[in-house]
Ligand binder design. Structure first.
Ligand code: B3K
Ligand code: ZN
Length: 891
């Protein structure tokens, strides 16, 4: 397979200002006619290369002259013409078969409707075209179809006209005034219901916002539409960015490879991120819908108005847009709350985002797929929509925000748009715009060292040493950074030496009673000071420190690094109870839990008795009794680190021992703090009835459901009754799932299976709810591989719907350590990768990554996984997507 390298970029030798497309739509056979207006940008003639996959040609014409086969070249995936004038028009007619397209890339069928997905390289499955993001064009699109089957015909931009045609057919023509790369093209045809609202934008323009979904589901689109309105307003207020369209559409599709797609003016969404009502969606779903609606909307500026020059620059739009959606969610959570509670709500969001980073990105950065946020090479770009490009990319943007401050960051973003609006640019262009502000703020300083975040993979370690001189009342803080080779860097000869990064490292100091100490630095007083670590090792000296301080490190997680500091448990316990930075406070509790859990893992491995430190239980007790904390924050503070986070800290990785250690600690905490959990459960119970997804109400439910889980884990006498009652009496899906998961996860009783059957009966006609039903069973620790194989035979199961495949297969393989880490489990996993690869390579490649860091596992797992990877690799045919993953894993 061919490897594409970032440094091999060459500009396309043509401009393509105008594109006209006509679609004669039909699920079985669609005919696409294109009319492409090319302009050469180089002095001499150049071959014109167009991309295409599975697109039988009907005809090609150059400036009106039909070409004979000897006048062009047709290779596997390329069509080459040899034009001899500077400007010319190419007309192509080709065919595609949407109903046969199970990859969900290009034009495909979902339900009864037709949808497109073009990013990254799906447009080449629709029509022959320069399928690369640096070719930007104005599109005029005509859709023709049977009116009864496809009453709605949608594409990007504004609808110019609609016509009734003979034989029950109709047509619609759309024109998008904004030049765009073809990956932002979209069309939708089918039968929908629509929920809409007109808004006035900042400059006084009217814009129509619409959410389309399957007929009958319009009552479930209220939250999505409200979120869209909030997103439009928020981007105006926070970043001064206004909607540039008269009409902005969101369409829900049942079959979708990922969350959603930001096609210009016509976002297409996985229905899981559109549909919600209190009966079917949980609090987490409500928040996720808001985040994804925001994310896709924010792409309208960061991604669409300014787009990527090539796919190596993906983080230019994704990292930035994830940062924006994280801030949007945080602002929405905090909205309307008093200052202290708002601070806590924002911290909760930060905690959730950092947990995601640790669960998904840290393992990636320590495995064979490790890559910088701007990769250097790829075989299949579809494999690089990763946690690194997205989540670490967002952290890299956030660090620039931290270094520049809110106003500075805003000035940098304004400068970025001033320079690049309407063009396809690189990550360097973004940093350059930010640097123009940074250098103004810090004369003589640059972001040269910072740019290395775009070049180096791996999670840096920052070691902290603290020295206190009581006589001089002086505290000396030394930070040193260590960057290990990651991923393919390990195989480079000579090995790539890693350079120091520019790391904003926020610190605070506490006295021995846990009160904040003021940090005096360069004539200013700080509660939190952001240190800029740019060298391998740097030292800072703080005077006027009256007593030995306790450091509060990496406040608000100011950089995506791993901190090494040999603080005592007592120091951590104090931080966990007193730190004024709510993130660092949570982190201290997590670090204590990590230490306790790792001790338990060791005991499991040595076959010793599992003993929990009384002090640890006391810290959890104090957190549970702290009435100043919001329930949402308490729920995070009292949750043990995820198995995946812990697994990363074991060497070799021993998943079963990790799962057992965590389960045991939860049992002990449930038992020891039983009465407190019970009180928390009842306190958090909201009797007001009416469901609201706001931060406060959701926080109460989160704490209540956590308390229930601990009560079940601790085998509290009342727990099963509470869980059953909560399940059957629930007024909303959050409570219902809380009750049901408590029953299913902690016991293997008839009451649990009865509730599961009841749940299925009740919700069998709601696909998104049935996904939850599969997920719950897939992840229950008691679920055996046989149960999974049985569930695959369930009439509601299908491999073809990505949400369904994810709900059962992915959930089992990625989130059920006790179940999957067996010989049979690994075999099942490989079987599913192979089966999915025949249907949908993009999805199969995601699953193929489940154990890509197999070399770090204990020997018994290692052997079996390797064998299964080899079995996958031996398949013929094997998609380029899966082949890349497997070959990197086996390297
Ligand atoms: N930009 C899309 C990604 C689609 C890629 C599919 N291979 C979703 C998003 O990040 O908004
Ligand atoms: Zn995105």
């Amino acid at each position: 397979p061919q490897t594409i390298a970032r440094l091999d970029y060459l500009p396309y030798p043509y401009r393509l200002p105008q594109v006209e497309l006509t679609f004669d739509l039909d699920a079985t056979l669609t005919r696409v006619s294109s009319r492409l207006h090319f302009e050469r940008t180089t002095p001499r003639n150049q071959p014109l290369v167009l991309n295409g996959e599975d697109l039988p040609l009907e005809s090609i014409a150059l400036d009106g002259q039909v070409l004979r086969p000897d006048q062009y070249r047709l290779d596997d995936h390329a069509l080459t013409l040899f034009p001899v004038t500077e400007t010319f028009i190419v007309e192509i007619v080709s065919r595609c078969r949407p109903a046969e397209n199970s990859t969900l890339m290009g034009l495909y069928v979902s339900g009864e409707s037709l949808f497109t997905q073009c990013e990254a390289e799906g447009f080449r499955r629709i029509t022959w075209f320069p399928d690369r993001p640096d070719v930007m064009s104005r599109y005029r699109v005509t859709l023709l179809a049977d009116k009864a089957r496809y009453p709605f015909l949608l594409s990007n931009g504004n609808r110019q006209n609609a016509e009734e045609l003979a034989d029950g057919r109709h047509s619609a023509t759309w024109e998008d005034p904004h030049p765009k790369p073809c990956y932002l093209f979209a069309l939708v045809a089918g039968h929908f219901s629509c929920h809409e609202q007109t808004i006035q934008t900042r400059s006084g323009r009217q814009a129509l916002l619409q959410v389309y979904s399957d007929p009958g589901s319009e009552s479930k689109t209220e939250w999505a539409l409200a979120s869209l309105v909030h997103a439009v307003k928020w981007d105006e207020q926070r970043f001064g960015l206004e909607l540039d369209l008269d009409r902005f559409m969101v369409v829900a599709a049942r079959d979708f490879n990922m969350g959603a797609m930001e096609n210009k003016g016509l976002n297409i969404f996985n229905s899981a991120y559109v549909l919600a009502d209190p009966q079917t969606a949980t609090d987490v779903t409500y928040r996720a819908i808001e985040a994804v609606i925001g994310h896709e909307y924010f792409h309208n500026w960061t991604g669409n108005r300014v787009t990527c020059r090539d796919w190596f620059q993906l983080s230019l739009k994704e990292g930035l847009t994830v940062f924006r959606d994280q801030e949007f969610s945080a602002d929405m959570l905090a909205q309307g709350l008093p200052a202290q509670e708002a601070k806590s709500a924002r911290a909760v969001k930060r905690i959730d985002d950092v947990s995601t980073l640790r669960m998904a990105q840290f393992p990636e950065d320590s495995g064979p797929m490790a890559h910088p946020i701007r990769p250097e090479s790829y075989q299949e770009i579809g494999n690089f929509y990763t946690a690194t490009v997205y989540e670490k990319g967002a952290e890299v943007i956030r660090m620039q925000h931290t270094l520049l401050g809110e106003a500075g960051f805003r000035a940098g973003l304004d400068e970025y748009f001033r320079r690049h609006d309407g063009s396809a640019v690189t990550c360097d262009d973004f940093v350059n715009a930010m640097e123009s502000v940074y250098t103004r703020q810090n004369p003589g300083k640059t972001l040269d060292t910072f740019r290395r975040w775009y070049e180096q993979a791996g999670t840096p370690h920052v070691k902290v040493e603290l020295d206190f001189d009581a006589r001089q009342q002086r505290c000396t803080l030394t930070l040193s950074q260590h960057n290990e080779p990651a991923g393919i860097e390990k195989f480079l000869t000579p090995p790539q030496t890693k350079l120091p990064l520019h790391i904003p490292f926020a610190v605070g100091l506490l006295d021995q009673a846990g009160r904040p100490l003021v940090i005096h630095y360069q004539g200013q007083a700080y509660d939190t000071l952001v240190l800029e670590l740019c060298d391998e090792r740097q030292t800072w000296v703080f005077d006027q420190i009256p007593e030995a301080p306790i450091p509060s490190l990496l406040r608000n997680f100011s950089a995506p690094v791993i901190v090494e500091y040999a603080g005592t448990n007592a120091e951590l316990a104090l931080l966990a109870q007193c730190d004024t930075d709510p993130f660092a406070r949570w982190e201290a509790g997590q670090e204590l839990a990590n230490r306790q859990l790792l001790a338990l893992v060791k005991a499991v491995q040595d076959g010793r008795e599992l003993a929990v430190e009384p002090d640890f239980i006391e810290t959890w007790r104090a957190l549970l009794q702290d009435t100043h904390l919001t329930p949402a924050y308490q729920a995070r503070a009292l949750t043990l680190p995820a198995e995946k986070v812990l697994l990363e800290k074991t060497s070799p990785m021993d998943p079963i021992a990790v799962a057992r250690a965590r389960a045991e600690l939860r049992r002990v905490l449930g038992l020891a703090l039983g009465p407190l959990w019970l009180a928390a459960y009842h306190n958090a119970d909201d009797h007001t009835g009416k469901y609201q997804p706001d931060a406060r109400s959701a926080g109460r439910r989160a704490l209540k459901n956590l308390a229930l889980a601990y009560l079940m884990a601790g085998e509290h006498r009342e727990a099963p009754t509470l869980a059953l009652k909560q399940y059957y009496d629930a007024q909303n899906m959050t409570d219902r799932m809380g009750g049901l998961s408590a029953l299913v996860n902690f016991s293997d009783t008839p009451a649990g299976s009865q509730a599961l059957s009841h749940f299925y009966e009740q919700w069998q006609h709601e696909p998104l709810v049935i996904d939850r039903w599969f997920t719950l069973q897939a992840t229950a620790p008691t679920t055996h591989i046989d149960t999974i194989r049985t569930l695959m035979q369930h009439p509601a199961f299908t491999l073809r719907n990505p949400n369904r495949a994810r709900s059962l297969i992915f959930q089992f393989c990625m989130n059920n350590m006790q179940g999957v880490h067996t010989t049979q489990g690994y075999e099942y996993w490989a079987d599913q990768v192979i089966a999915l690869d025949r249907i949908n390579p993009e999805i199969a490649a995601r699953l193929a990554r489940a154990f890509d860091n197999w070399t770090r596992y204990i020997p018994s797992s290692r052997q079996t996984i390797k064998h299964e990877l080899e079995r996958i690799q031996a398949q013929n045919p094997l998609s380029r997507n899966v082949a890349e993953i497997v070959s990197k894993a086996l390297k």
